[in-house]
Design a protein around this ligand. Structure first.
Ligand code: ZN
Length: 91
């Protein structure tokens, strides 16, 4: 059986693997890589814009509301309670 000697993309350690596509040496490193990949995907999707919650455009609010399974009105109410709660905590 063919084995490949590779360098782990996460910890940099050399390892041997039977999979030509393997990029991580261990389950631990694979998990870290998957978490990292998921985070990058989420951040790209969001566009990494600094979202001022009170400065949301209506289309953005509608989109976010859909993501949260709410109507636009419900979502705006949700944002209002969130920000008022935070205001209380800041005092
Ligand atoms: Zn590793």
């Amino acid at each position: 059986m063919i084995t490949y000697t590779k360098r782990c993309a996460i910890c940099g350690k050399e390892f041997t693997t039977k999979s030509q596509r393997a990029t991580a040496c261990s389950d631990e490193c694979r998990r870290i890589r998957e978490i990292d990949r998921g985070r990058q995907k989420r951040e790209r999707k969001r566009g990494k814009r600094s979202t001022r919650r009170d400065g949301l455009s209506l289309s953005e609010a509608a989109r976010l509301a859909r993501e949260h399974g709410m109507t636009c009105g419900q979502y705006m109410a949700f944002l209002n309670t969130e920000s008022s709660r935070r205001g209380k905590w800041n005092d």
